[in-house]
Design a protein around this ligand. Structure first.
Ligand SMILES: Cc1cc2nc3c(=O)[nH]c(=O)nc-3n(C[C@H](O)[C@H](O)[C@H](O)COP(=O)(O)O)c2cc1C
Length: 162
């Protein structure tokens, strides 16, 4: 059984991209998982349809997700209903403490829930998804790896029972 995990992100100055790479690294530690990492510039809607798990990351722009990511995600209305049951996770980068990364993460999660996706939370830390203030430090990168791993494990579990 092959499980596909898509890491989709937007990044202008590289902080979110570093987080995306760590999420991908964590997901790829799970046996049988194939990871696809794409920026919104490279991604196609088909990538979402083909994935079993989708982890989305954005810089925080005025407390929410960046415009190019929103524009891409708005196009998914064409496939509304087709993402139901896929596993989701989110991460965001911001510039300042209390800068709104958590609200950006929650905005990604809202989109996932509207699509009928199943969102992996974390009872230990970074409960809603991983956030970073500025460039991600080692602790944050480890949390990103853990996010990727947890989404992949859940996607694998769900696929094996379907
Ligand atoms: C248009 C714009 C709006 C921003 N708004 C916020 C904000 O509301 N809160 C915040 O903490 N940082 C804000 N930032 C800073 C970015 O979120 C931050 O630099 C982030 O780490 C950039 O991610 P990237 O390197 O992946 O592009 C903003 C930056 C830009 C360009």
């Amino acid at each position: 059984m092959s499980i596909k995990i898509l890491i989709l992100y937007y990044s202008r100055t590289g902080n979110t991209e570093k987080m995306a790479e760590a999420v991908a690294e964590g997901a790829s530690t799970v046996d049988g998982v194939k990871v696809l990492i794409k920026s919104v510039r490279e991604a196609r809607l088909q990538d979402l349809l083909e994935a079993d798990g989708i982890v989305i990351g954005s810089p925080t722009y005025y407390g929410t997700i960046a415009g190019p990511l929103k524009e891409f995600l708005d196009q998914t209305v064409k496939y509304h209903g087709s993402l139901e049951g896929k596993v989701g996770g989110a991460f965001a980068s911001c510039g300042a403490k209390g800068g709104g990364a958590e609200t950006a993460v929650l905005d990604i999660i809202k989109i996932m829930l509207i699509h009928g996706m199943i969102v992996q939370g974390n009872p230990e830390e970074h409960h809603y998804g991983v956030i970073s203030i500025g460039p991600p430090d080692e602790e944050t990168l480890n949390a990103c790896k853990e996010l990727g791993r947890r989404v992949a494990v859940l996607a694998k579990k769900l696929k094996s029972t379907s």
